[in-house]
Design a protein around this ligand. Structure first.
Ligand code: SAM
Length: 264
């Protein structure tokens, strides 16, 4: 983000305030780097419910620091909901130094395994995959440089869970049956928690395994759900294993998920 980009954003505050029917602006723009959120823009620790980002983390020179900083400024229970570009193998240093590939949001991409370790090291829960699509590189010259490296556009939820003692004492060692019972604003009919799990309001409860139920119980969404712990192993429904990651779909990335190379 540059000062010039910020000036453009600021010029449109009044327009959007009127367009969305607010009396006063409800946004504020601050200049800063995503890996220095508590420094330059002076964002306070434990102060945000949700942080969203689209196609910025890959451009940061220090992804681990991004995750640490985002974790620090989220409130307990808060969520980092973000789309970005991932590579299926480490991108060699000479490609990372290529300014065009970097600017196209390709050579700064990390592997999902690095996202997982960075997230866990920062204190987040296991990343929850919400969507994943392959990215095509529609430029022969760039494709030649990239060789066999494949890219995907993925959206993940990372939760900064509340401390366990803040919730009632529960035993979810066999998981729980979970009902979506109080609507989340804008998701009145259904709520897509992950690529594999969509809750329908006041519909059949869904089984969540121990790890997922803990994540949801200690997240900002918990008050919208009813949790019925499973007390006997024999009551665990016969569901396929609830994996956190999912195979890639065949659809190519659309701009709603993340930016596409060649559009930056
Ligand atoms: C691909 S664009 C995405 C912009 C916007 N999020 C969107 O969805 O349209 C990447 C943006 O990240 C900004 N950027 C690059 N490195 C950054 C960093 N370290 N911290 C914050 N922003 C950065 C760039 O200036 C650019 O505006």
């Amino acid at each position: 983000m540059t000062a010039e980009q910020l000036d453009v954003a600021k010029r449109f505050i009044d327009y959007h305030t009127k367009e969305y029917g607010f009396e006063k602006a409800n946004v504020e723009f601050r200049l800063g780097k995503i890996e220095q959120l508590t420094d330059d823009p002076g964002l306070k620790t434990n102060s945000f419910d949700v942080i969203v980002s689209n196609c910025v983390v890959n451009l940061s020179p220090d992804k681990k620091k991004v995750l640490q900083q985002v974790y620090e400024i989220l409130k307990p229970g808060g969520e980092f909901y973000f789309s970005d570009v991932y590579a299926d193998q480490p991108v060699p240093e000479e490609l990372r130094q290529n300014k065009v590939l970097w600017g196209e949001c390709l050579s700064g991409a990390i592997c999902v395994s690095d996202l997982i370790s960075g997230a866990l090291d920062a204190g987040f829960t296991q990343p929850i995959l919400v969507s994943k699509q392959p990215i095509g590189v529609n430029n022969d010259e760039l494709q030649k440089l990239l060789g066999a490296i494949k890219f995907t556009s993925c959206t993940y939820r990372l939760f900064k869970n509340k401390p366990a003692e803040e919730s009632t004492s529960v035993n979810d060692k066999f998981g729980a049956l979970v009902t979506y019972q109080t609507p989340i604003i804008h998701y009145e009919n259904e709520f897509q928690f992950s690529q594999a799990i969509t809750f329908k309001l006041n519909s059949e409860p869904q089984y969540l395994n121990t790890e997922l139920v803990k994540m949801l119980r200690l997240s900002r969404y918990s008050e919208h759900f009813k949790f019925d712990s499973i007390t006997d192993e024999k009551q665990i429904p016969n569901v396929t294993e609830q994996v956190i990651d999912q195979p890639v779909s065949n659809e190519q990335s659309s701009s709603s998920c993340c930016c596409c190379p060649g559009t930056c």
